[in-house]
Design a protein around this ligand. Structure first.
Ligand code: COA
Length: 169
């Protein structure tokens, strides 16, 4: 029986989170990180994460299975001024953890946390138009497509279309 928890990132997660990110690069997942990361880059990412968390500009949750980081979700404020009620979301899971309802649980939990802690009223996200699995998940959780940026995102050297989806809280 696996022990599954949803919790905030901690400093000891750097190595496990790095392995997760690099496994998604290996499979050429539809995410913005498309180059293998190093421990140094991942440590810098964690520094930024902790700083922005302290400043109440973002919330993060990790999916922890038996002590390993197997997924992550984030919502960051898009600015601290006139649009501070809008958060941008992101989510990814290691391939072994997918298709079991955990992505949906993680996404719902990060939205709940963003509403409670960041007081967001709108959540926006970008998704490759080819990423049907993620689009299905987002629709299921109440996101609607508001448009498509043609050639809006690169994928390993090729430009692809990017959907913008939003959810009103
Ligand atoms: C997108 C992602 C987070 C979904 O998480 P998941 O744990 O696999 O999804 P869940 O098992 O919770 O399923 C939730 C919903 O997603 C959709 N979905 C999941 N797997 C699917 C599949 N194989 N085909 C079609 N839709 C699928 C369905 O709508 C599903 O609801 P249902 O079970 O009632 O049909 C995950 O697949 C992932 O991390 N992918 C790689 C990284 C990525 O693409 N991130 C998103 C970047 S925008």
């Amino acid at each position: 029986m696996n022990k599954v928890t949803f919790r905030e990132p901690k400093i000891g997660d750097i190595k496990s989170a790095l392995e997760m990110m690099n496994s998604l690069v290996d499979e050429k997942a539809y995410i913005t990180v498309q180059e293998k990361q190093t421990i140094k880059a991942e440590s810098n990412y964690f520094k930024t994460l902790f700083k922005e968390r302290k400043e109440k500009q973002r919330v993060d949750l990790f999916l922890d299975i038996d002590g390993e980081v197997c997924g992550g979700a984030t919502v960051s404020l898009i600015d601290t001024g006139a649009r501070k009620h809008i958060g941008e979301a992101g989510i990814l899971l290691r391939s072994e953890a997918r298709g079991k309802g955990l992505g949906e649980k993680l996404l719902k939990k990060i939205i709940e946390k963003a509403v409670k802690e960041l007081k967001v009223k709108i959540i926006i996200l970008y998704v490759f138009t080819d990423n049907k699995i993620a689009i299905n998940l987002y629709k299921k959780v109440g996101f609607n497509k508001i448009g498509t940026i043609k050639n809006g995102i690169g994928h390993y050297g090729r430009l692809m279309d990017n959907n913008i989806m939003i959810k009103y809280i």
